[in-house]
Design a protein around this ligand. Structure first.
Ligand SMILES: [Zn+2]
Length: 516
């Protein structure tokens, strides 16, 4: 009896302190409720990633995604438009089918690389050849005619397809160390050999193509099980495919053992000429200070090995969901709230750089920008980005966010401005207060970033939801703030490497005509 009375008294005390420690703001309460009880994240993720798919600049899917976003905002009563900022080499991926046809039949796991010219429906069937160990560029030139009519394997044969963490768990210490030493040695030897050919890993491709190779077979392993990084091709006329480590190393061994494997590559992509490139911009107009802006930012484009789920599907979902919730729960913001879904971030922050260049009036009157672009995880880091007074406003805004979200966030003030990496850098370079919502990595770098495994199933919806709440509340607080944020910069420290004082990054122009 006594114990239970004590317990109820403690509960009462706990409840009352939590009520009075943070004054409840109905807008914030509604934001949390809406995000929790009426989340659209799963549906949006499905439509964007499963149905539209990857969003490589210059592809029809990229344009479909822009149109989808505009239509989606329209349904929520938010005005949105696609703003053209440039043009790009148009290209559409077709069927890639790669089979080993000799000495036995096996369908191989791989894909054509972007902006690669396609093959016919029948494809190309040829034998394989690996790069030889050469003494110097002359021996390489002597060997070069051997590639005529063959597929050339241009990547090192990895000694293991198991990631380090798997070795660490199961191998004896000696055998793990032995593998790592051997791989380091092999990698060094491989690099030195490429150098001796007189080319580098890029220029050698052109030399092989010129010498009459039938195609290029590469394997850009991403240090995890079954995961490769997928970028663009460097060949002008012949197919380039990336094969997963398992199949690539099998073929490599077969060549080395003299089994003369043959493969067939069908890669039916299409060239579409030059096509326009866009940013999707949506807006909730400010009522008191419509000429001051809060921007939600996430690049919309992706590489196309997977569906760009965590790079940057999740950042896109966070911003779309935050906008939807803001429109519903905070329809008349003090300042104008914009969202920028940038095109062609992957080729050099092109969409956001174009926006900065084309909209100086927005950049000059930016209250704050929040960008997200490093995967599906909950936000764990927020830096003041080199603004002297960022602590004052950012920590005040963060205080309004529920503790179960902010308890994971480590803040750094005043921080330093990032010179690149994602679209916040385009705005920072122009001196505008722009902040990156840095996520927990969830094996981002090895498993999903620019890989063939960047797909819907990797999304951690609880974390994405928490990021949407965080973003919506930060946007609300930034919009409501009685003061315009200070953009006074810190004096940057001396770079210990050069002995010179660091300088604030300067704006760079986008590439407005790309892919050629
Ligand atoms: Zn990204």
């Amino acid at each position: 009896m006594k114990n239970s009375m004590l317990a109820s008294l403690m509960i009462l005390l706990f409840v009352s302190t939590s009520i009075f420690s943070q004054k409840k703001d109905p807008v914030i309460e509604n934001i949390i409720k809406e995000a929790t009880n009426n989340s659209q994240l799963e549906r949006l993720g499905h439509e964007l990633l499963d149905v539209i798919g990857p969003r490589l600049v210059g592809t029809p899917q990229m344009k479909t995604a822009h149109d989808w976003a505009v239509a989606q905002y329209g349904k929520w009563g938010i005005s949105a438009k696609n703003e053209q900022w440039g043009e790009w080499r148009g290209w559409e991926r077709g069927v890639t089918h790669i089979d080993m046809v000799y000495p036995r039949l096996q369908t191989l796991d791989g894909m054509q690389l972007a902006w690669n010219p396609g093959t016919s429906k029948e494809g190309i069937t040829a034998e394989m050849v690996v790069l030889p160990m050469v003494r110097d560029s002359l021996t390489f030139q002597d060997w070069l005619p051997n590639v005529k009519g063959k597929f050339v394997m241009v990547s090192m044969k990895q000694p293991t397809g198991r990631p380090n963490y798997n070795w660490e768990e199961f191998a004896t210490e000696e055998s793990y160390q032995k593998m790592k030493d051997a791989r380091d040695e092999q990698t060094k030897t491989w690099r030195e050999n490429i150098r001796r050919t007189g080319y580098n890993t890029r220029t050698i491709i052109a030399a092989l193509e010129e010498a009459g190779a039938a195609g290029i077979v590469a394997s850009n392993w991403s240090r995890g099980f079954g995961v490769n990084k997928i970028f663009s091709a460097r060949t002008k006329k012949i197919p380039t495919v990336d094969l997963e480590l398992e199949d690539y190393t099998m073929l490599y061994r077969m060549v080395e053992y003299g089994d003369n494997p043959k493969i067939r590559i069908v890669a039916e992509s299409k060239e579409l000429g030059m096509v326009p490139t866009f940013n999707t911009i949506a807006e909730i107009k400010g009522t008191e200070k419509p000429d001051e802006y809060v921007i939600l930012s996430a690049h919309f484009d992706s590489w196309d090995g997977g569906t760009g789920a965590t790079d940057n599907g999740t950042g896109t979902l966070v911003m779309m969901e935050a906008m939807r919730i803001l429109k519903k729960m905070y329809p008349n913001p003090k300042r104008t709230i914009l969202v920028g879904h940038w095109g062609s971030e992957e080729q050099g922050l092109n969409g956001s750089r174009a926006f900065v260049e084309d909209h100086p009036e927005v950049v000059k009157n930016l209250q704050a920008l929040f960008n997200q672009d490093n995967g599906t995880g909950r936000v764990v880091r927020l830096s003041g980005a080199g603004f002297l007074h960022s602590y004052e406003y950012l920590s005040r805004w963060l205080y309004a966010v529920p503790k179960d979200i902010t308890q994971h966030i480590e803040t750094t003030f005043p921080g330093t401005p990032s010179g690149g990496g994602s679209d916040n850098a385009s705005f920072l370079a122009a001196g505008a207060p722009s902040f990156n919502l840095s996520a927990l990595n969830w094996s981002y770098w090895d498993y999903t970033w620019h890989t063939n495994r960047d797909t819907y199933d990797k999304i951690i919806f609880d974390d994405v939801r928490s990021n949407a709440i965080l973003t919506a509340i930060l946007a609300y607080m930034a919009s409501e703030d009685p003061n315009k944020t200070s953009t006074e910069k810190i004096i940057l420290p001396i770079n210990p490497r050069t002995g010179k004082q660091r300088t604030w990054p300067t704006p760079r122009s986008p590439q407005r005509k790309g892919g050629l």
